[in-house]
Design a protein around this ligand. Structure first.
Ligand code: ZN
Length: 357
């Protein structure tokens, strides 16, 4: 969204995107390390693998212990500009972002990127909940490098790092959906350096169209042109092909599939996930109801700053009150753990990896 789209933003105020963070699970100790001299070394425990998907009793037990529910809801949080003085309801202050990230830490959320989320390949520690942090429109308040080559004070990236430094379990990753002038940087070499830093540090930079039009008003050919031009721009500054795409204003083209795949001027595109701008947490990517062409997000906002319902304060409270609805990780990326009564919620293509307890 842009600030010019305030009226529109009002209508979409309930839309929110949650970013899911991915946290690395502790590795099993190897037999060569940490064995005190003079004592028998312990035989290493083989790591679980997808090919050995049959549930070990211990895997069932540990899933039960943390009440794992990998069919549950995942908040994909949507942020726009950060401003010390907010001008639009969708703006957040650096202080508000910091407070929200601190809340996510307290409530055991672990960030993953949107690309990781749609791929279903993410590794969140047992008992924790994935969250996707997403930032739209490539604002200078999201990212810039300072004179020392570090993220500039009070940008989104600097704040994410600051929180991660205080809370080492909080993995500093996020997704940036950008347009033709990512982060407002004018110089091409500077742009390359900036996005290179982000991609190199595990952040996702991806397609949000070239000029941010309302795709519903465009002919299909123009929709594809907007997407391909942006893919070319991103490629030109060293960003890998986007696997995710966020619809400007959350507005889908008349031919909905054109947002997911198509071609223009001889260049094809295909996304694994298309994200909306509203208005609830997403179902798990392993669940039957997961629609990768229309993934909802939750707008970051709260009651006292203009969003009584359906923004982050509302949904994070809602999920806290209903722990059984929320995605809780089993800590084992090779398996999908759910309480027995939810087994039927997992998509049949994932049935082999299910642990139902
Ligand atoms: Zn936008």
């Amino acid at each position: 969204m842009t600030v010019r789209s305030l009226a529109r933003a009002g209508a979409l105020a309930n839309a929110a995107v949650v970013a899911v963070g991915l946290v690395v699970v502790a590795l099993l100790p190897s037999s060569d390390q940490g064995a005190p001299e003079g004592r028998t070394r312990i035989t290493p425990v083989p790591a679980p693998s997808a090919s050995r998907a049959a549930a070990q009793p211990s895997a069932v037990e540990s899933a039960r212990k943390v009440k794992a529910n990998e069919a549950g809801l995942i908040p994909v949080i949507m942020y726009h500009r950060l401003m010390t003085k907010r001008r639009a309801s969708i703006d957040r202050t650096p202080k508000q972002l910091r407070a929200e990230l601190e809340r996510l830490v307290r409530e055991k959320y672990a960030p993953i990127t949107a690309a990781e989320f749609v791929s279903g390949k993410f590794n969140v520690p047992a008992g924790m909940h994935p969250v996707v942090l997403t930032f739209d429109d490539g604002s200078p308040s999201h990212f810039a490098l300072d004179a020392h080559g570090n993220p500039k004070k009070n940008t989104a990236v600097e704040i994410i790092y600051e929180v991660a430094k205080k809370h080492p379990g909080f993995r500093p990753v996020a997704t940036f959906w950008v347009n033709r002038n990512p982060f407002g940087i004018r110089d091409k070499a500077e742009e390359k350096r900036a996005v290179g830093w982000l991609v190199g540090h595990g952040f996702e930079v991806a397609n949000h169209t070239y000029t941010h039009p309302d795709l519903h008003r465009l002919k299909t050919k123009k929709v594809s042109e907007q997407i391909v031009k942006q893919e070319r721009l991103l490629k030109g500054i060293g960003v890998p092909s986007s696997t995710t795409f966020a619809l400007p204003y959350g507005s889908a083209p008349k031919k909905r599939t054109a947002a997911r795949e198509g071609a223009w001027d001889g260049t094809k595109y295909h996304f694994d996930g298309v994200f909306l701008a509203s208005a609830r947490p997403s179902v798990s990517p392993y669940a039957k109801g997961f629609d990768r062409t229309a993934i909802p997000r939750v707008q970051s906002n709260e009651k006292k700053t203009g969003c009584p319902v359906y923004c982050t304060q509302y949904w994070l409270d809602w999920l806290n009150k209903r722990p059984g609805e929320r995605y809780t990780s089993d800590g084992d990326p090779a398996h999908i753990s759910v309480p027995k009564k939810l087994r039927g919620k997992i998509t049949p293509s994932r049935a082999k990896s299910v642990i139902a307890y």
